[in-house]
Design a protein around this ligand. Structure first.
Ligand code: ZN
Length: 257
């Protein structure tokens, strides 16, 4: 039964991710002569702060950290998530704090309760001392939901899903595509191919990952691999920008409606 439910979840995710493209009403253009790369983190594990943020800073760059306040300081078997102090530390160091819902459920499961959940996360971040409201969102489980477009579009400039693609030409900002950095380690290391691709044909490449640890979970990578990717982006002349900085570089801060 759990397997059946899991398959059903996957099926609905795929169907809604396709549907969301069909009814996309807001198109933005990725027009850039320089390749842009963003490194983003979900949830966020403490090693994304201690290792991930530090590596980005070593290369003069910042990342986007999508926080779900309901996961505050949660200790799991293979990772510990950051709390308010961690969020504030990242914010003070110039990184972007984005929204990842409060309760970290699939967006479609909220129904009419989505707005209250997003308010709760905004309150959480405000109480943590983050003085700038989140302008960008990442779907938990990368699971988009067409019926939430209006609510999300009213609050955020972009919503990040997965999609394993570079954002180029006309894109749906509420279904921003990203490429996952995850295990196996040799696969994560070969993601430099995406950087070569965006360097050769400029667009906006958004990476997402979780922990950056010597013994990473299946959803993260080692500090050496993460640094390898950041260094490669620098060497290939990419602008490494937070999602917020990228949207401003692309002129997306103006309301299209
Ligand atoms: Zn998540």
């Amino acid at each position: 039964m759990p397997d059946l439910l899991k398959n059903l979840d996957g099926l609905i995710d795929r169907a809604s991710n396709r549907l969301i493209w069909k009814i996309a009403s807001r198109t933005r253009i990725v027009a850039t002569s320089r390749p842009i790369v963003s490194f983003t983190f979900d949830d966020v594990p403490d090693t994304a702060l201690t290792n991930g943020a530090a590596i980005l800073e070593k290369y003069g760059a910042q990342g986007t950290f999508y926080i779900a306040g309901g996961l505050e300081a949660r200790v799991e078997s293979d990772r510990t998530l950051i709390g308010r102090e961690g969020c504030l530390d990242l914010f003070r160091r110039g990184h972007e704090i984005g929204c990842h819902t409060f309760a970290h459920h699939r967006v479609r499961s909220y129904g009419g309760a989505l707005s209250a959940d997003l308010d709760a996360n905004a309150r959480y971040l405000d109480e943590a001392g983050i003085t700038r409201a989140a302008t960008n969102f990442a779907f938990p489980y990368n699971s988009a939901w067409p019926l939430a477009r209006q609510e999300l579009g009213r609050r955020y400039r972009t919503c990040r899903g997965a999609g394993e693609a570079i954002n180029r030409g006309p894109v749906d900002p509420l279904m921003l595509k990203s490429v996952e950095i995850r295990q196996p380690e040799d696969h994560a290391k070969r993601l430099t191919g995406w950087i070569d691709d965006v360097a050769a044909n400029p667009g906006w490449l958004v990476f997402f990952t979780h922990d950056i640890a010597d013994r990473p979970t299946p959803y993260g990578c080692t500090p050496a691999t993460f640094e390898h990717l950041v260094r490669h982006a620098r060497e290939r002349g990419c602008e490494i920008l937070t999602v917020d900085a990228a949207t401003r570089a692309l002129g997306w801060e103006v309301d299209p409606r």
